[in-house]
Ligand binder design. Structure first.
Ligand code: ATP
Length: 360
């Protein structure tokens, strides 16, 4: 596997802000335990400057040296950032810059309820495959200039961008995901009011679906899908949609599964993968040792699965499955951080996951 070292993995680690350093450390710990139990040589962790500390030291939350080093890595773990608190002129979301730089076009966001965690939808088990580089996120849509502009102070416009190439890539990603699960895909769009952009997205998804005859494909308007998700979440297997709709629906699905604090995600291209929790930097609880690490630990499990599939490495796939199972077992045993109603600290929870993975 490229980016590997003597059979082990070489992975970037970017702490970020707020609770970032706490949940990132909790995540590298359980990744080491899962890979060790599966017989994979130790990871070479590559710490890289990112977030407020990088801004203070290098004048940039994503310094050039970080991007250069990431070029040489297949995968990394990204802590949350608190760019809203950065000084003026630096508020551009730093993870968005990394996604754009590496064209991490697929944002994979599963939502599954864990036994032991109270969930509005205990039977939810779905994956949202969100296009990550275009759609109705105006900041992603221009090579030069902004996709959002105001001819007068009282008139504002925003550009949406859907391309055949972008829709094709995300359709393949979603269809592969559906094939590996229960074989059902729902295309989520709004082609009734956006017939050109969302119409293109929908028709490209159906065209690509013809190459996957084993996957059953349907489509829904995004407003209907939001209601359907609340009414009968178990109806869904994999959903594919554009950037903005995917952001909103995945927060909804994450909350239905229990809490945003447990919602994992991974951002991918064909060559790169970045584990990133759905939640933010939670500055209100930073440094208190009570942050819930499940979202980032679950994101790391997704990352390992991706790396295992890409390199056809059964041991890495075993580690991914074991980490997911360990998180479920620890939560089912009632060990949880305060946000989920428990009393465990971040390190107590992480220790329980390590033990579930067989570490003494
Ligand atoms: P962003 O816009 O960057 O997503 P935000 O301000 O919308 O950030 P978060 O930083 O995710 O949201 O925090 C929202 C609330 O959820 C806060 O009260 C925070 O303490 C809590 N929270 C978020 N993540 C966690 C976590 N991992 N563990 C415990 N509580 C969390």
């Amino acid at each position: 596997m490229s980016g590997s070292t003597e059979g082990g993995l070489r992975l970037g680690v970017l702490d970020g802000d707020g609770i970032g350093p706490e949940v990132v450390a909790a995540t590298t710990t359980v990744v080491d335990a899962a890979l060790g139990a599966a017989g994979v040589p130790p990871v070479e962790w590559v710490p890289l400057p990112f977030g407020r500390a990088a801004l203070d030291e290098f004048g940039d939350a994503v310094p050039e040296r970080t991007l250069r080093e990431l070029e040489r890595l297949d995968a990394w773990i990204l802590g949350p950032h608190d760019n809203a608190s950065y000084p003026g002129g630096h508020a551009d979301p730093p993870s968005g810059r990394i996604r754009r730089h590496f064209r991490l076009f697929a944002n994979i966001r599963p939502a599954r309820a864990y036994p032991g965690v109270r969930a509005a939808a205990p039977d939810i088990d779905l994956v949202i495959v969100r296009e990550n580089t275009e759609g109705f996120y105006a900041d992603r849509n221009m090579a030069i200039g902004s996709g959002e502009f105001a001819p007068t102070p009282d008139v504002a416009l925003s550009v949406g961008l859907i391309t055949r190439a972008g829709s094709t890539a995300i359709a393949h990603e979603a269809l592969r995901a559906a094939r590996a699960r229960r074989g059902r895909l729902t295309i989520v769009h709004k082609a009734n009011v956006l017939p050109l952009t969302m119409g293109l997205f929908r028709s490209v998804c159906y065209e690509i679906a013809a190459e996957y005859p084993d996957v059953t494909v349907t489509d829904e308007h995004v407003d209907a899908a939001a209601a359907h998700l609340v009414r009968a979440p178990a109806d869904y297997d994999v959903l594919v949609t554009e950037n903005l709709f995917g952001d909103i629906l995945s927060d909804l699905a994450g909350e239905l599964s229990g809490s945003l604090g447990i919602a994992p995600s991974v951002n991918c291209s064909a060559r790169k993968a970045m584990a990133q929790a759905v939640h933010g930097a939670a500055p209100d609880i930073a440094g208190r040792g009570i942050a819930n690490p499940v979202a980032l630990q679950g994101s790391a499990a997704l990352l390992l699965r991706r790396l295992g599939e890409r390199g056809a490495d059964q041991r890495v796939l075993t580690a991914a499955g074991a980490l997911e199972a360990a998180l479920g077992a620890v939560l089912a045993a009632g060990v949880a951080t305060p946000d989920l109603g428990g009393t465990a600290t971040t390190s107590e929870f992480t220790g329980a996951v390590e033990r579930a993975l067989g570490r003494p």
